[in-house]
Structure formats: structure tokens, C-alpha cells
Design a protein around this ligand. Structure first.
Ligand code: CMC
Length: 392
């Protein structure tokens, strides 16, 4: 038969051409459409980065305003969708709810499931970017037994998300600008990351011609795993489980032990072998938010700081190039803002939606695009004859 290159985990296979995001893992560089993430984090904001990822250039003031108005117009979800949420158990993981509800969007917005119409692809992108925060917030509200909160379009994207999560009808909720800024930054730092597992999933699903909502639901499902987006939840839970600084050596020992499958969550990355540039920016935000909230010495933070210090000096972690990644710091911020750990990965999902949909649009518009169809190295039984049951 044919001979194929064996590349488990696609560590050396490019599956597509893309002009959206560039990563140089050796030097720790991340560029969106050529712009370094550090500059975007300092000067830009999430919706502007969305525009940049989708269209390739930074918008003029007029184009940005138009873009923001269009996203804003789509923030509400179909009222009938409320019933869909109510079908879930209250203790469902919000990621489970999101996989279901986002998949169901194709049944609510079937006008924009026509992938051959460029305008409908555009509308699908707007709908996804606008509605994902609403859906994530609804999943949260449902899980805590509070009424759904409608989006408030006078707020900015990040502030609106905080509003939908934390306001209740009984009281006035005022969005704290420092928290909104931290939220915006978390969204921006997660917006795209070239061909990671969930983005590759979206592309593979989309390569068959599936509608965009179905593709994004597939991306959310992939993101959920603890080796990928689920790491932010797993990391904070690990920090809590460690509990006190004196227990850290035990976990470090386990992480190094070949016979123990335990890994330090929030450490390591497939591509970054120097440092994760997103983690640097995220660490700054973490310091700001903790300062604002007056969280200085809670046990989780103490454990995080000490773990970070040890891992950066320890021979094993240094030699394997394992550094704290973006999820290590984002969890600390989200915890300080007041999100339960189960919401960490949904927040990653709503932030990555723009990356997924930009990559999906790029793929659909690419005339060389083919259905994704990996081959395999067959290791099973050789050809043999069927044996009647009484002869087995
Ligand atoms: N703790 C302890 N040892 C580790 C860790 C870790 N977190 N990560 C990797 N290693 C070791 C691993 O045991 C292996 O050792 P050896 O060469 O002796 O067998 C070596 O480092 C290389 O690991 P790998 O699994 O071959 O590397 P990979 O590129 O396939 O995995 C990773 C990358 C991110 C899945 C992995 O580092 C990991 O599981 N980290 C913890 C989960 C995590 O934080 N994920 C979030 C990634 S950033 C956000 C995102 O993009 O989703």
C-alpha cells in the first residue's frame, strides 16, 4: 500500500496556509497580522483585535465604530433559546451547555448556515462573536439559579459580559473599569493562536462544508480538554488542592515522576519553548487586579507564586522548557474577579471564537481548500477469512 509520513500530534506537519497569526516558539513571539501581542495588549482592545483578525488590517475610527455597532446589534439570543438552556441540569458544566447551545444556533439562525454566500458567512461571524458572551453568561446564570440577564449595549464588550454574569435584578450593578479592562485583556490574549487543537478541529469540521455554528461547537468541545483550554480550570483547582506552600515539593516530585501521570497544570506548551508571551502580559494584569481587589496573601496566590518561583529554577522544568503558560495567570485573575472555576474554560471559548471564525472564513475562501482527510499507518490484523461462530 501507500507509504505515509507518520506524525502523531502533527508536530511537524503544516495542514494549511494562513495569514492570520504567527508564532515563533523559540523566541516566544506571537503576532496577529504582524502586530506583536505586547503592543496590542497595551494599546488595543478586544473588538479592535477581532476586526484585525477577521479583516487583516487595523480599522479606521469609522470602520471600528461600524464594526462595534454591528457586533452590538447581535448580542441578544433568540428568546426561544432560553428553553434550550432550561433543558439542562442545573449542575451541568457550562462547557457542556455551551457545546449544546452553540451547536443549536444552526437551528435558530439557519439563514446564515449557507456557507457559499460570503455575506452569510459574514453574518455568521458577527452572530458568533456577539452571542458567545451572552450564551456563556446564560450558562453561568442557569448554573447558579439566577435569572438570565439581557445584554446591555451601552457597555463595552468585556463590561457587558461582567454585567450579564454578575448583575441581579435586585440591585444596581456597576462595572468596575479595572476589572473590565482585565477581562478585555484576557479575551484579547486568547483571541487566536494559529493551528492549536480546537482551531484545527474547527477547520477539519468546516472542511466538509459543515455550517459555522456546528464547526464552532466542535471547537468548543475540543477546547474543553485539560491539556488545552480546560487547563485554566484544572490549574486553579490544582493550586487549591495543593493548598499550602509546604505541600508544593510533593507535587513537584509527582510532576517529575515518570510513573506518575500527574502534570503541573498551567505549565508547558507545545510551541513555546522559551516563554509564553501571553503569560507575561497576563501576569501584569494579575498584579493589577489583585492590587485593586486587595488580594495580597490568599493561600491560592501564595501557592501560585511559590510554584512559579520553584518551577522557574528547578532543573527538571528548566531543562524541559516548561514555563508558566497563559492559563496559569488567567485563572488567578478570573478567580479574583469572582468567577467559579467552571467558568474559566467558557471564557476561553468566547474569546477564541473570533480566532476560530477568522480561520474558518480564511479556509472557506481558499480555492485550494480540500476536505481534511488524514491517512494512517495500519497496525491491525492481516487479511483473514471469516470464521463461523461454532469454530471460534
Ligand atoms: N508538568 C510536568 N511535566 C510536563 C508538563 C507539565 N505540565 N508538560 C510537559 N511535561 C513533560 C512531559 O512529561 C514530557 O517529558 P518526557 O520528555 O520526559 O516524556 C515533556 O515535558 C514534553 O511533554 P509533551 O507532552 O511531549 O509535550 P507536548 O507538546 O505534547 O504537550 C502540553 C504540551 C501543553 C499539552 C503539556 O505541556 C501539558 O500537558 N501541560 C499542562 C496542561 C496545560 O497547561 N495546558 C495549557 C496549554 S496553554 C493554553 C492552550 O493553548 O490551550
Amino acid at each position: 500500500g501507500d507509504v505515509f509520513t507518520y506524525d502523531p500530534g502533527f508536530t511537524s506537519t503544516a495542514a494549511c496556509e494562513s495569514a492570520i497569526t504567527y508564532i515563533d516558539g523559540d523566541v516566544g513571539e506571537l503576532l496577529h497580522r504582524g502586530y506583536p501581542i505586547e503592543q496590542l495588549a497595551e494599546h488595543s482592545h478586544f473588538l479592535e483585535v477581532c476586526y484585525l483578525l477577521l479583516y487583516g488590517e487595523l480599522p479606521s475610527a469609522e470602520k471600528l465604530a461600524h464594526f462595534e455597532r454591528t457586533v452590538t446589534r447581535h448580542t441578544m439570543v433568540h428568546e426561544q433559546m432560553h428553553n434550550f438552556f432550561r433543558g439542562f441540569r442545573r449542575d451541568a458544566h457550562p462547557m457542556a451547555t455551551m457545546v449544546g447551545v452553540v451547536g443549536a444556533m444552526s437551528a435558530f439562525y439557519h439563514d446564515s448556515t449557507d456557507i457559499n454566500d460570503p455575506w452569510q458567512r459574514e453574518v455568521a461571524a458577527f452572530r458568533l462573536i456577539a452571542k458567545l458572551p451572552t450564551i456563556a453568561a446564560m450558562a453561568y446564570k442557569y448554573s447558579v439559579g439566577q435569572p438570565f440577564v439581557y445584554p446591555k449595549n451601552s457597555l463595552d464588550y468585556a463590561g457587558n459580559f461582567l454585567h450579564m454574569c454578575f448583575s441581579v435584578p435586585a440591585e444596581e450593578y456597576v462595572v468596575n473599569p479595572v476589572l473590565a479592562k482585565a477581562m478585555d485583556r484576557i479575551m484579547m490574549l486568547h483571541a487566536d493562536h494559529e493551528q492549536n487543537a480546537s482551531t484545527s478541529t474547527v477547520r477539519l469540521a468546516g472542511s466538509s462544508g459543515a455550517n459555522p455554528f456546528a464547526c464552532i461547537a466542535a471547537g468548543i468541545a475540543c477546547l474543553w480538554g485539560p491539556a488545552h483550554g480546560g487547563a485554566n480550570q484544572a490549574c486553579l483547582e490544582m493550586l487549591r488542592e495543593i493548598g499550602t506552600v509546604d505541600r508544593i515539593p510533593e507535587y513537584i516530585r509527582r510532576a517529575k515522576d515518570k510513573d506518575d501521570s500527574f502534570r503541573l497544570m498551567g505549565f508547558g506548551h507545545r510551541v513555546y519553548k522559551n516563554f509564553d508571551p501571553r503569560a507575561k502580559v497576563m501576569k501584569e494584569s494579575a498584579d493589577e487586579v489583585l492590587e485593586l481587589l486587595g488580594v495580597h496573601n490568599n493561600p491560592t496566590l501564595q501557592v501560585a507564586k511559590e510554584l512559579e518561583r520553584i518551577a522557574l529554577e528547578d532543573e527538571y522544568f528548566v531543562s524541559k522548557k516548561l514555563y508558566p503558560n497563559v492559563d496559569f495567570y488567567s485563572g488567578i485573575i478570573l478567580d479574583a474577579i469572582g468567577f467559579p472555576t467552571a467558568m474559566f474554560t467558557p471564557i476561553f471559548a468566547l474569546s477564541r471564537t473570533v480566532g476560530w471564525i477568522s480561520q474558518w472564513k480564511e479556509m472557506i475562501a481558499d480555492p485550494t481548500q480540500k476536505i481534511g482527510r488524514p491517512r494512517q499507518l495500519y497496525t491491525g490484523a492481516a487479511k483473514r477469512d471469516y470464521l463461523a461462530v461454532e469454530k471460534r
